[in-house]
Design a protein around this ligand. Structure first.
Ligand code: BGC
Length: 430
């Protein structure tokens, strides 16, 4: 394999994006009607917020190796204040251990968070729980884990209600007063958080360690839904797009898939998200340069390399030195920069095509404004990812692309969980 071959192997042309849009839309339709397909299209029991939700809440945000607890105060009128954030690291022994160890650890963190506050108002004990894995929701505050992703392998959770497991752990820790009022995916939290202040927001996307999206759908289009009607007649649907699989895979993607925890699953996620881009790059470099590469080439290195504009690519040189490649030439560095660019460009164009498919689904003629709320380290930290997405949307939609606003919604999932808890608490008291 030479560089020229690889370049064409990785490029996603406009017609390539159009094909993804078409296949993605057809999978969305199947998922909504309950047919077996790659997109789960999970109804979330959550409607768009009004912006008037009020009160103080605790939000748990769990979806990667960092677990965060937030205290959030919603003031209504689209205004809010995050009063306190505490980060905890979920060590490897917890993410690969047993359900009891895992949930006891989380409950312990909640106990620490609550204890440190001198006075905790009653309603602050209503908790919004963002759990960023494929969960089949069975209610506003209940849902069954379908599968683990992103390297988590905790035993005894798949097939079980994650809220029940957390409640049992909270009881073991002596915290019976803490009530999980809502369970949500991080994409849903992100959409809700932006929609609290922006009435055009109808899509939420995560581009981080993992990737996924959700959007606001008409209940009448979710033919598999037989539950209650929301007052607006709409509901947010968690697409679980990481598992979309009609994509042209390269041999490097095949290698990543074979050595991952879940072979044959999460194909789009393995071509797009931060957990895998570094590994794809490492495999190409190993193949092309015949270098003995370090065991892990982190996706964050790609951001450093791709933002290196110095003539001698000196930051790239120092980074390579740090990971054990001492005498890189300027040609080597240029090549590495090119490969990183190729891998991240492909990821951003696949993401843009998937976003375009969702927009076409809700508004085929693109006749309204849409805000796409996006969070995740890859989107936030990579120097070009967000621009590449914008450019690709322009290629797909032409001038009408100006109706689509893609906005970084930082820490949206935690805040969104508080808003969802507020809505759920409100319903609960009515
Ligand atoms: C999970 C999704 C989640 C996404 C982003 C994926 O691995 O399946 O539920 O939204 O990661 O965190």
């Amino acid at each position: 394999m030479n560089l020229k071959n690889i370049d064409s192997y990785f490029s996603v042309s406009l017609s390539g994006m159009r094909k993804i849009i078409k296949d993605f839309q057809s999978e969305m339709e199947k998922g909504l009607s309950g047919e077996k397909c790659s997109l789960k299209m999970i109804p979330t029991y959550v409607d768009r917020p009004t912006g008037e939700e009020k009160g103080s809440f605790i939000a748990l945000d769990l979806g990667g190796t960092n677990f965060r607890i937030l205290g959030a105060e919603l003031k209504g009128n689209g205004k809010y204040k995050v009063s306190r954030v505490k980060k905890f690291v979920l060590g490897k022994r917890y993410i690969t251990g047993t359900a009891r160890q895992f949930f006891d650890f989380i409950a312990g963190c909640i106990k620490t968070f609550i204890k440190r506050r001198a006075r905790v108002a009653q309603e602050e004990r209503a908790v919004g729980f963002t759990f960023s894995f494929p969960v089949e929701q069975t209610g506003t505050a209940s849902g069954t884990l379908l599968r683990w992703t992103k390297g988590f392998t905790v035993k005894g959770v798949i097939g079980h209600d994650v809220v029940r497991l957390l409640n049992e752990a909270l009881a073991r820790k002596g915290l019976p007063g803490v009530r999980i009022a809502a369970l949500a995916n991080d994409t849903v939290g992100t959409l809700v958080s932006r929609a609290y202040e922006d009435r055009h927001c109808d899509i939420g996307v995560i581009l981080g360690t993992g990737t996924n999206a959700c959007y606001l759908e008409e209940l009448s289009n979710i033919s598999k839904w037989h539950g209650y009607r929301t007052s607006s007649g709409r509901m947010i649907v968690n697409i679980e797009w990481g598992n979309f699989d009609s994509l042209p895979m390269t041999s490097y993607d095949g290698q990543v898939d074979r050595t991952s925890d879940r072979t044959g699953q999460q194909t789009l996620e393995k071509m797009v998200s931060g957990m895998y881009l570094g590994e794809i790059t490492r495999l190409i470099l190993k193949d092309l340069l015949k270098w003995k590469m370090p065991q892990s080439f982190k996706t964050e290195y790609m951001s450093v390399i791709e933002s290196d504009e110095s003539a001698s690519l000196s930051r790239t040189g120092s980074l390579l030195k740090k990971i054990g490649i001492k005498n890189s030439t300027i040609d080597d560095r240029r090549l590495i920069k090119k490969i990183c660019g190729m891998v991240s460009l492909r990821a951003s164009r696949i993401s843009a095509a998937a976003i375009a498919a969702v927009i076409r689904k809700i508004d085929p003629a693109l006749s309204r404004n849409h805000t796409v709320a996006i969070d995740g380290t890859l989107y936030e930290k990579h120097p070009r990812f967000s621009d590449h997405i914008k450019d690709a949307l322009k290629e797909i939609f032409g001038k009408k692309a100006s109706r689509i606003k893609t906005v970084l919604t930082k820490d949206g999932s935690g805040k969104g969980a508080a808003i969802i808890a507020a809505t759920a608490t409100h319903d609960y008291h009515d």
